[in-house]
Design a protein around this ligand. Sequence first.
Ligand code: TMP
Length: 218
Amino acid sequence: MSGLFVTFEGIDGAGKTTQVKRQAARLTRLGLDVLTVREPGGTELGEAIREILQNLGNMIDACAETCLYAAARAQLVAEVILPALQARRVLLADRFADSTIAYQGAGRGLPEEQIIELNALVTRRLRPDLTVLIDLPVEEALARARSKARAHDRMEMMDQAFFTRVRECYLRLAALEPARFVVFDGRKTPAELEAEIFQAVQEALERCIGTSGDKARL
Ligand code: TMP
């Protein structure tokens, strides 16, 4: 598989979405062919599933919820991610398979090995070249979410212990796979984070496709 596949992970409020946008703009300015996607979403089916999850969130059984995220991911991989990587594009994903391990596994308490198997099925065993984990203390994420109504609604439904489990799971996954994960301190300013993450993305470009982005187009 060619192209570069970078995923962004972290608890709600960590600042992923801002960084996906900033990194995409920066890479595009360098002349790279960049595509961003978000999970759940990015396809017609995925966006419909996103709405279901948002509207019925607290009525959905944890296993059903896992299957909905998995279905959205399967469609996104088939319809968008694999074709983009085959076309040698740089793909930035706002959440991917690790989110389900962290949220439905650690957060909701479903068996991690079964989620890993489900992820293998729906991703066709595709692994990110780089996973940017933006780590943030839960109290800080909750304080940030209070200023954003939508995120606040969602986070109100979960308790602090839930997000602590999610955060700890992410940190454990990062420690297990240090070659794929780079952990960033979400308490830094967006500009500081942008610079640090960009460095990691450039290293991944160099490692995976032999260009640091400032030298050549893909
Ligand atoms: P976001 O667009 O703000 O990241 O919101 C997506 C929400 O969905 C967030 O609360 C995390 C949650 N989520 C899961 O619980 N499992 C998953 O597999 C994914 C992709 C997201």
